[in-house]
Design a protein around this ligand. Structure first.
Ligand SMILES: [Zn+2]
Length: 227
């Protein structure tokens, strides 16, 4: 269950295919039995030893078109926020722990074909310290739960391209890199679309044109990582 951002065309609501979070923080994976929610906390591990901030080093060499144009805006949104993480860019191959890629049209059409009212804009895959791809609750459970890498794939030709769509999608996927799940799921009671707009929500129109991490998201990251 890769984390996908899907826009529902011509509607002001968006639907998740598969997502997860919980009542106290935006965990990506959880299981629910009745009213009992069991979370699978996944945590990013690379840190800047001098600042103590989480260290996300992004290779964007395969980012093309408008995704490349607006990349820096999304990166800066996180890097300059109060979140305890730094997001930097590299072009060297062995160094990065995160790759951002504009997918080929053929790959995207085969993997994420448009639904009648929806399309997928971006997908984030996480990897643990054993290089296990975390793509389901089962693999999340079996993982080390310590994250060391991520791959972000982006739709090469969104149906409704705009600066906001590009910026928001990349900001949303970078939130997944830190292991944030989705806001505004039924299981996530503290946030709602109007009072707690969220870049980690599918109902992102409540943000207006903002693509900045919101206070409750920043606070969740701090709580999740013990900052
Ligand atoms: Zn998502």
């Amino acid at each position: 269950m890769k984390k996908k951002l899907t826009i529902v065309l011509a509607m002001f609501t968006l639907f998740a295919f598969l997502t997860s979070t919980n009542a106290f923080a935006h965990e990506m994976y959880f299981t629910q039995s009745g009213s009992t929610i069991t979370t699978i906390p996944l945590r990013w591990t690379p840190k800047n030893t001098s600042t103590g901030r989480l260290k996300v080093i992004i290779n964007k060499q395969s980012l093309t078109g408008s995704w490349s144009t607006y990349y820096e805006d999304a990166r800066t949104a996180w890097h300059s926020s109060a979140v305890p993480a730094e997001f930097t860019t590299t072009t060297t191959t062995p160094v990065p722990n995160t790759y951002m890629v504009t997918a080929s049209q053929q790959y995207w059409d085969s993997m994420y074909p448009d639904g009648p009212f929806s399309e997928t804009l971006g997908v984030t895959e996480l990897y643990d310290t054993n290089s296990l791809a975390i793509t389901s609750i089962a693999t999340a459970s079996a993982s080390t739960k310590q994250l060391k890498g991520a791959n972000i794939y982006l739709n090469p030709s969104p149906n409704s391209p705009s600066a906001f769509i590009y910026r928001f999608t990349m900001s949303h996927e970078l939130g997944h890199v830190l292991a944030l799940g989705h806001s505004h799921l039924p299981q996530y009671s503290p946030a709602n679309t109007s009072t707690d707009p969220s870049i980690m929500s599918y109902d992102y129109f409540s943000l207006g044109q903002s693509y900045l991490p919101q206070n409750h998201e920043v606070n969740d990251v701090k709580k999740m990582y013990g900052y």
